[in-house]
Structures are given as C-alpha cells and as structure tokens.
Design a protein around this ligand. Structure first.
Ligand code: FAD
Ligand code: NDP
Ligand code: 3IO
Length: 422
C-alpha cells in the first residue's frame, strides 16, 4: 500500500474509509486491468486496482467451462511486455492462460484490492477528483471505501454481466436453467436433452462439449450466424484476416473469407446456419458480433448429433415451443445468450460512455475520455484490442503523472470524511 495515502475516518474499525490514491484507480483485474497496471508499473506510476471478486481474471477463473481454449492463436492473446512461455501450444488452454496471467501479476507486482466492488464513480468538476465508491463483497463487514483519484481507468470488460432473456413460461419450465457462464462440463448432462439457446462461440462450443459427454443438445439459431474454420490449411483464419485487412478493403477481406469458408466447410446454410447479409469482419467491427471459429461443432451438426432448431416461442413444464410450432421435450436449458457491460450501473458519466456501457468512439479512438477517464478492453477486438488500449493509456497517464510530479505539490482533497493521512 505504499502508493496510498490512507485517510481514515474516526477510527480504523469504522465502516467508512476514505483513501486518496496518488495515481490512477483501475477498476477490474482482468487481462485489461493487468496490462494497464503492468505498463504503469514499468514507468514507476503508482496505481490501485479494485477487483470485485477474490482473484485476478475472474471471467477466466470462475465463469468459463473446463475445456475452454483460446480460439485465437497465441501471438494475438499475450499481454504487453511478457510473451507466453515458448512451450505454450498455438491455442493455450484455459489453465495455461490463467497461469500466465498469475505470473504476469507477480512479475509486475500487481496486488489488486480484492473483494471490492465499485458501486459508483463520479467526477467532481470543482475539485478535479474522481470519487470512486466501493462496497466489500467479502463476508464480514469491511465496509465501504471511497477512493479519490485524478485518473480513472475502466477495465470491467465487455462480458461483465450475463444476458438472460425473459422467455415466456421459463419460470414454469421446471428443469435446470443456467447461463453459459455457469457451465463447467457436460458430465452431468449425459443422456439428457439440453436446449442450448444461442449460436455464438459459447453456444457452439458448449453444444460440442455436451456431445462429447453423450448428452443430446439442440441449439437455437433464431436468426443468422457466420461460421468460419478456425484454420485453413494450418493457417489461422483470424491471422489471415488481420493480414488481409492491412492491405485490402474490409468488403474484399470478407468476400475472401467467405470463399475460403465455402471451400473448407461447404454450404452450411443447408444445416440451418443462415449467413448474415453483412460479412464476418464487418459485422464484428460494426456490431461487435464475433464470428464462430469452428473447433468441431459443425461436424456434429452435420452428423445430426447437435440438432439445430429455430427461435423460441415459449416454455411450458418440461417442454419448449419453437416459432415454427414444434414442441420438444427438454431436460435442461443453457442460455448461451451473451454478455453486456456493467458500466452504466456504476459510472456517473454519459459523454464518453454510451448508455450500453461502451465508449462512443470506435477503435482506435475509444480509450480516452475527458477529465482523466479511460477505457481499456472495450474495442470488441479481444485481448489484442485490450493490449493496444493499455499501451495508449499507460503512455498518456505516465506523461501527465510526470508533469504533475514536476509541478509543485498538488493539493490534497478536502473531504468531510477524510480526516487523517498517512
Ligand atoms: C468464454 C470466453 C472466451 C474468450 N476467448 C477469447 C480468446 O480466445 N481470445 C481473445 O482475444 N478474447 C477472448 N475473449 C474475450 C474476452 O473479453 C477477453 O479474453 C478478456 O477476458 C477481456 O479482459 P477484460 O479484462 O477486458 O475483461 P474481464 O476478463 O471480464 O475482466 C474484468 C474484471 O473486472 C471485474 N469487475 C467487473 N465489474 C467490477 C466492479 N464494478 N468493481 C470491481 N471489479 C469489477 C471482474 O470481476 C473481472 O475480473 C473471450 C471471452 C469469453 C467470454
Ligand atoms: N474459445 C473461445 O475463445 C471462446 C470465445 N468466446 C467469446 O466470448 C464472447 C461471448 O460469446 P457468446 O457467449 O457466444 O455470446 P454472443 O453475444 O457472441 O452470442 C450470443 C448468442 O445468443 C443469441 N441470443 C441472444 N438472445 C437470444 C434470444 N432471446 N433467443 C435466441 N437467441 C438469442 C444471439 O443471437 P443473435 O445473433 O440473433 O442476437 C447469439 O447467437 C464472444 O466474443 C466470443 O467470441 C466464447 C466462447 C468460447
Ligand atoms: O474471442 C473473442 O471474443 C474476440 O473478441 C476475439 C476476436 C477479435 N476479433 C475477432 C474476429 C473474429 C473472431 C474472433 C475475434
């Protein structure tokens, strides 16, 4: 805590504390927050990382399934300043990636304040300080803390909250219902009829995992989806797309990807996988909708082991009714219906962030707002987008921090609850 001036209330055991941070507060200890912290550490800028769970990279540690692997080649997923170990495979496993992130935090001496959930953050124009309020998520009563800082880095991620649509009759369905983020393995679903709602990478990979555990999955595709092979003749489709995008217009890259997909996968529309009218990379860039990088689900769809069904009309006890009128018996439902940002719940700001909780300016301009506000990891470009933001942010804050340090001592905030300092 060498980087904090702690301003305690009347006594240490009191429920409210006020902490002045001589540097940025980073909200979230996922890959984005860690990358930003590492680059700040490298420049000698002090910071505090606030994390609502009890570990780093909670999405990866607590909210993903056992057999998950990165689906982009490793060179697109490593964070700045520390490459993956040489013996990592092309597509690292979840546990390898978590091990790498743990080592990353250790290497850059990043020690987040765990179990502190940011509930509100607002900028005080008069004083020029951000007021960041947290509440303890640990058992017991460590109480609430207010952090005061000049810079606020939002690193809470694009996947902070689960999207769980409100289907008619779901409350009466009676079987197991879970979101994809709670799914660990298909083991307990053997011989069960499982309805997987959604056909993004989660829906596809969970359906495949269910098949591999002898379950009977049916996957809901309510509209359309781009499925691409993860590799073409041993070359990563994503890597190829990145290379092509440097030289060719997006529409042409998309045309080439779709030709390749057709050559490798054939016509997937006959299995119910209607392609969107907009190309895969354009759709990712404009709507954030990630194309599916197939790791084997398509073969199971072809063989009929994964059934494809249209949108849901409603549920009834033990059954689902689809928009085409068909009714199916179902044992369990897995909602692979995506995620959303949680920024609108806590950040009191509407100039830089949209009401959906994403920066209004698109990549590469969405990392810096006004009054010392920053966003890392909201580019819809996965881990490589997060690294790019982190580099920009750390450079910018580093420069300002050094300027401020060069000036005369800046005023400490006057705040009614901040009565002492050390
Ligand atoms: C299943 C899955 C697989 C993926 N695979 C890939 C891949 O292979 N390659 C790739 O490039 N991208 C992938 N992604 C994209 C993913 O967004 C990134 O991998 C990465 O986790 C993003 O990092 P982040 O730090 O921005 O967000 P997160 O990893 O979500 O971290 C945000 C952190 O902020 C914390 N937090 C949230 N709200 C608060 C709050 N109010 N107060 C305090 N703390 C808070 C959370 O607990 C969390 O620890 C995948 C996503 C998912 C869901
Ligand atoms: N191995 C890996 O690296 C993996 C990576 N990921 C990544 O995680 C992120 C999140 O992926 P994912 O969880 O798949 O979320 P997505 O947002 O990509 O997909 C959500 C899916 O749910 C569907 N859906 C939403 N609401 C409904 C509804 N009411 N009825 C029927 N369908 C509905 C959507 O359909 P529609 O398109 O019509 O809205 C879409 O098919 C992505 O970036 C993905 O690439 C995920 C899994 C594995
Ligand atoms: O896996 C994800 O969620 C990503 O965001 C990684 C990613 C960024 N750009 C893409 C384009 C095609 C497929 C995956 C990605």
């Amino acid at each position: 805590m060498e980087n904090l001036f702690r301003l305690a209330d009347h006594d240490e055991s009191s429920a409210r504390r006020c902490v002045v941070v001589n540097g940025p507060v980073i909200v979230g200890a996922g890959p984005s927050g860690l990358a930003t912290a590492a680059l700040l550490r490298d420049q000698g800028v002090p910071f505090v990382v606030l994390e609502k769970t009890d570990c780093i990279a909670s999405l990866w540690q607590k909210r993903t399934y056992d057999r998950l692997k990165l689906h982009l080649p490793k060179q697109f997923c490593q964070l700045p300043k520390l490459p993956f170990p040489e013996d990592f495979p092309e597509y690292p496993t979840k546990s390898q990636f978590i091990g790498y992130l743990e080592a990353y935090a250790r290497r850059f001496d990043i020690n987040p304040q765990f179990n502190e959930c940011v509930q509100s953050a607002r900028y005080d124009e008069t004083s020029g300080w951000w007021h960041v309020q947290t509440v303890s998520t640990a058992g017991g009563s460590r109480g609430e803390v207010e952090y005061l800082c000049r810079w606020l880095v939002v690193a809470t991620g694009e996947n902070a909250e689960c999207v769980t649509p409100d289907f008619e009759g779901l409350a009466e369905f009676g079987g197991d219902v879970m979101h994809a983020c709670e799914y660990k393995s298909g083991e307990k679903f053997a011989e069960k009829k499982v309805l997987v709602v959604g056909c993004g990478n989660s829906g596809m990979e969970l359906s495949l995992d269910l098949c591999n555990h002898d379950a009977l999955p049916a996957m809901v595709i309510r509209d359309s989806v781009h499925v691409l092979p993860r590799e073409v003749m041993g070359i990563s489709t994503f890597g190829l797309a990145v290379l092509l995008m440097k030289r060719l217009p997006l529409w042409l890259v998309d045309k080439l990807l779709l030709i390749l997909a057709w050559l490798v996968l054939g016509n997937v529309e006959k299995y119910g996988l209607k392609r969107p009218l907009v190309g895969p990379m354009e759709l990712k860039n404009t709507k954030g909708k990630t194309p599916v990088l197939d790791i084997g689900a398509l073969a199971k769809i072809r063989s009929g082991e994964i059934k494809v069904v249209p949108g849901i009309k409603k549920f009834s006890p033990g059954q689902v009714e689809l928009v085409n009128g068909e009714k199916h018996d179902v044992d369990s439902v897995i909602l692979a219906t995506g995620y959303r940002s949680n920024v609108p719940y806590w950040l009191k700001e509407s100039e830089f962030f949209s009401k959906e909780g994403f920066p209004k300016s698109s990549f590469p301009n969405g990392w810096k707002g006004n009054s010392g506000l920053y966003a890392v990891g909201f580019t819809r470009r996965g881990l490589c987008g997060a690294s790019s933001d982190a580099i920009n942010i750390a450079q910018d804050i580093g420069k300002e921090y050094k300027e401020k340090m060069g000036q005369k001592k800046t005023s400490t905030p006057t705040h009614r609850r901040c009565i002492s300092q050390y």
